[in-house]
Design a protein around this ligand. Structure first.
Ligand SMILES: [Zn+2]
Length: 150
């Protein structure tokens, strides 16, 4: 079985399975392949299949693993950027701890002057804040009070 990406003259794209290239050609010649959107039988095969890209990325993966030095260097660079970001957040925000959701709401509804805050929220609290249109940026690491005092 082969999967082909097809496109009609109006550029509707869709996928079809065929037993073989010949099967595709014969169905195409007998106008048995129809666009599911506009029912056109003027259908062309697209040259690149996403399945091909998928197999290419699998081939590339072992190459990256073969260079642990390069991978490690980029992880270190990432960690440094992350530490800088955390430091900036700590310097420019007030630690409100587990009152974060409450405080974020007070700022959002102009009950207090806008200022940067940091603190702890549960996934549930973040979801509720998002529903109210309050944007919360989540750091990918835990920022405890002890760390923030340093
Ligand atoms: Zn179409």
């Amino acid at each position: 079985m082969k999967v082909y990406n097809l496109s009609c003259q109006q550029h509707h794209r869709f996928e079809r399975w065929f037993a073989s290239e010949d099967d595709f050609l014969s169905q195409s010649q007998r106008q048995q392949i129809r666009c599911p959107v506009c029912d056109s039988v003027e259908v062309d095969k697209l040259p690149s299949a996403p399945h091909l890209n998928l197999s290419l990325s699998k081939v590339n993966a072992p190459d990256a693993a073969a260079q642990p030095g390069a991978a490690q260097a980029s992880i270190q660079a990432l960690q440094m950027r992350l530490e800088q970001m955390v430091r900036q957040v700590v310097e420019n925000t007030e630690d409100v701890g587990d009152r974060f959701a409450e405080e974020a709401r007070r700022i959002h509804y102009n009950e207090v002057a806008a200022h940067g805050i940091r603190g702890i929220t549960s996934a549930e609290q973040r979801e509720k804040l998002a529903e109210e249109g309050i944007e919360v940026f989540q750091l990918p690491i835990a920022l405890t009070r002890k760390q923030s005092l340093q």
